[in-house]
Design a protein around this ligand. Structure first.
Ligand code: BG6
Length: 306
């Protein structure tokens, strides 16, 4: 048995729950938790505590995942819900450091699983600072991420400061939502909010009406905790994105040219996705004192009607 197979067997012994929660090698041998109950099903890659898929019972996947994703140690997966932490976007001082931080590229450990009173299956994963993370970011920390699967999906991350000094971070649950046709979709819940336009030198603008996704879009909405709804006209579906501990919301679609320049975007994938990210970015940094923690959470659920 390889070390990897042994680890997967140990995870199944400690945290597996019959057919409801099974660990397997998964794509690229990165380790993957398969969760299935009467209300829904999800897959979570252990690299990055990265949710790859969430399907409510009788429904379609809420998440888009590129079939051209590379599943390799230390390489970010395209689609699903990447965990961006402890910085959002490029590192503010050193652009040679990995974009969106390192949490999405590290191997997380399962630490707990249970079924709650409502019948939702819960898996908790953790990541702690070590010699490698300290080289990238000089702070001691522990992250705990909970995935709670019912007819909705809750992803809830807590960042604990286990060091002696306060730290500041930015980050996001970078959710790639699946749509039937991006040109027939829009995002409500951000009307009147201020945003930084990443496509216009971070110019500060105000959102007028719903966000139409009819061209490349990359906006960081600041100081907003409101729910968003993604209206997917082609599929006749609405996805509600609720959040907690998040003061920024990012809306992103690379459109054709940028997607074609990204090798891990599958052909026409940009037409099938919209990112709505529960974030704390730019002005909305989070400070955590020693012994304290901070929350970042998002809940995805479907509503009928496009
Ligand atoms: C979004 C950013 O959150 O993530 C975009 O706003 C960025 O600017 C996109 O291009 C994808 O980032 P990455 O590192 O996963 O290619």
């Amino acid at each position: 048995m390889s070390d990897r197979e042994e680890a997967i067997a140990q995870y199944n012994d400690a945290y597996g729950r019959g057919e409801e929660l099974v660990f397997a090698a998964g794509p690229g041998d990165l380790g993957c938790a398969h969760i299935r109950n009467e209300q829904g099903a999800a897959r979570v890659c252990l690299q990055g505590a990265h949710v790859l898929s969430f399907i409510p019972a009788g429904g379609q996947d809420l998440l888009w995942l590129s079939s051209a994703s590379r599943y390799r140690p230390g390489v970010a997966i395209r689609g699903g819900i990447p965990v961006c932490w402890p910085w959002f976007g490029p590192h503010p001082e050193d652009p040679s450091l990995p974009a969106h931080g390192f949490a999405r590229n590290r191997l997380w450990e399962p630490v707990e699983s249970f079924v709650d009173r409502s019948g939702a299956t819960v898996l908790r994963l953790a990541l702690g600072s070590d010699a490698e993370t300290l080289k990238l970011w000089p702070h001691d920390f522990r992250l705990e991420l909970e995935v709670r699967v019912s007819e909705r999906l809750l992803v809830e991350m807590r960042a604990y400061n286990t060091g002696e000094r306060p730290f500041r971070y930015t980050g996001a649950l970078h959710t790639y939502l699946r749509v039937g046709d991006v040109s027939d979709s829009m995002v409500t819940g951000l009307e009147g909010e201020s945003y930084l336009d990443k496509l216009d030198d971070m110019r500060r603008q105000r959102q007028d009406g719903a966000v139409a996704v009819d061209r490349e879009i990359d906006r960081i909405f600041l100081n907003t905790s409101r729910d968003c709804v993604l209206h997917d006209g082609a599929s006749g579906r609405r996805i509600r994105v609720a959040k907690n501990g998040s003061r920024s919301t990012v809306v992103w679609n690379p459109w054709r040219d940028k997607a074609e320049s990204m090798p891990d975007f599958d052909t026409d994938g940009w037409q099938r996705m919209v990112c709505i990210e529960a974030a704390n970015a730019e002005d909305d940094q989070v400070e955590v004192g020693p012994g304290r923690d901070a929350l970042l959470a998002t809940t995805l659920s479907t509503e009928s009607g496009g």
